[in-house]
Design a protein around this ligand. Structure first.
Ligand code: FAD
Length: 440
């Protein structure tokens, strides 16, 4: 499929021609020299190095979204000397990380989860907390002088004769020859409908609106979906005196976050270097040894090993941080998929019916890129995910933060992909495109 081949290397084929590569590399080396990425012991002080290099004139790039991907893109564009504007729908950078549930810690290790040029502080633990990630992102924006236009929610990105045009909900229009879309995999909550849900007496929220377990103490809570979020919310509820159940629709690949002190993320990166068949076989054997057969608890294991599932479908395995122990102890009940709701009860696929006080839909998100870019649906793969760069009529469009298929976590792939995208944007702009379009 065109989208995945572009993801796998299309960017280099289309853009990294030798003539473009050489000046890009020179600029990148210059960017590295400007890099102040000595590891900080805290986020307490701001950079001593400022960027005095003259920026290219208006006509630079637009970055849509100021989460980790948008910030990484901006820092790399700055290092390449490309002028840019960042448009952010909310009122702060890294907004999602301020709003995630309180218990959340990264599942990936600190040293593989930072953005380009600036490791997380040594004082951070191996798995930084939600608040630490949010603080790091705010600090990163200051450090690289990224000052987005807040409250600018892009509703449409389309091409006109000589530029890409971004229209926002506020009614503003921004034009630029290149646009980096960094609106995230988790833009729109996915909320499935079951018969009876709308009329039933059980209140429901999406996991996006779940913050803490306190309001649910003593209550029977049905968490729908056993992805990483559902598994951790069920754990949080059990730890805070609620009575959680998990509805698990199909087989789930589960791995332990650490085995003998070694993070699974690092193991998966190591196995990813092996031929896939060998890496998958070792991964499966490790999963059998560390997680074992959970079918007696109602959790089946897919036939596809975790790494292959990620490679082929972009579905991350559940990284267990304690949920399984509580499932085995009976503190978290497991039910199969939901068939319908009746008054205050859920009826499950195996015919069981149970009363609940609250539903938490941990049913995931959609990137919904086609709603932003209705003209480029054929760029997207079967999961609705774009390649790193558009080509042909979509030349000048770039996508950061959508590579769900890579081993090692999304933050890591954002860090690795951002410099490639910025170099590619720079080669367009420094190659003679400057002056097309305008910043506004
Ligand atoms: C609960 C949770 C835990 C995670 N844990 C890890 C982990 O441990 N390790 C890891 O590697 N990855 C993890 N991820 C995945 C990923 O790294 C994060 O989701 C990360 O925040 C992605 O960054 P992003 O910039 O692509 O998207 P987001 O963080 O979602 O940022 C997108 C930004 O774009 C803005 N935006 C969206 N639409 C528009 C629009 N139309 N116009 C303007 N602005 C817009 C949003 O307001 C937001 O600020 C986790 C994800 C979740 C949901």
């Amino acid at each position: 499929m065109a989208a995945s081949s572009a993801r796998d290397g299309g960017l280099s084929v289309q853009r990294w021609t030798a003539w473009a590569l050489i000046p890009g590399m020179v600029r990148q080396v210059a960017g590295r020299l400007l890099d102040t990425s000595r590891r900080e012991s805290s986020l307490g002080h701001y950079p001593r190095t400022r960027y005095h290099r003259p920026m290219s004139p208006p006509g630079g790039a637009l970055v849509v979204g100021a989460g980790p991907a948008g910030l990484a893109a901006a820092a790399c564009l700055r290092a390449q000397g490309v002028s840019f504007e960042v448009l952010e729908a909310s009122e702060r950078v890294g907004n999602a990380w301020f709003e995630h549930y309180e218990r959340l810690h990264l599942h990936t290790v600190r040293d593989q989860s930072h953005l380009p040029f600036a490791p997380m502080p040594r004082s951070y633990p191996r798995y930084p907390s939600r608040d630490q990630v949010a603080a790091y992102l705010a600090w990163y924006a200051e450090r690289f002088d990224v000052h987005p236009r807040f409250g600018q929610h892009a509703t449409r990105i389309e091409a006109d004769a000589d530029a890409w045009v971004v229209t926002t909900r506020a009614g503003d229009t921004f034009r630029a020859p290149s646009v980096v879309v960094a609106t995230g995999l988790n833009r729109v909550p996915h909320t499935p409908r079951w018969p009876g849900l709308d009329g039933c007496a059980i209140p429901s929220i999406h996991s996006r609106d779940y913050r803490t377990a306190e309001p649910f103490a003593g209550r029977r809570v049905l968490v729908v979906g056993m992805g990483n979020t559902g598994a951790e919310i069920a754990l949080d509820l059990a730890e805070h005196g609620a009575r959680p159940s998990l509805s698990v629709r199909g087989p789930v690949n589960i791995v332990r976050r650490d085995t003998l002190g070694r993070p699974v993320q690092l193991t998966s990166l190591l196995l990813d270097r092996l031929p896939h068949r060998l890496g998958d076989a070792v991964g499966s054997a490790l999963q059998t040894l560390t997680v074992g057969d959970l079918s007696r608890f109602g959790i089946a294991r897919p036939h596809v090993p975790p790494a292959r599932q990620l490679r082929e479908t972009g579905q991350t395995p559940v990284i267990d941080v304690g949920t399984l122990a509580l499932v085995k102890r009976g503190a978290i009940a497991i039910f199969p998929g939901i068939e319908r709701f009746e008054s205050e009860r859920a009826v499950f696929a195996d015919g069981r019916s149970e009363a609940f006080d609250q539903i938490v839909l941990a049913t995931g998100y959609e990137p919904a890129i086609d709603r932003l870019l209705p003209g480029v649906r054929d760029l997207l793969d079967t999961r609705g995910l774009p390649p790193l760069a558009g080509a042909g009529a979509n030349d000048g469009l770039f996508f950061l933060g959508f590579n769900a298929y890579a081993a090692g976590g999304l933050l890591r792939s954002i860090r690795l992909d951002a410099p490639r995208i910025a170099a590619s944007v720079a080669s367009r702009h420094h190659g003679g495109d400057e002056g097309r379009g305008g910043d506004r």
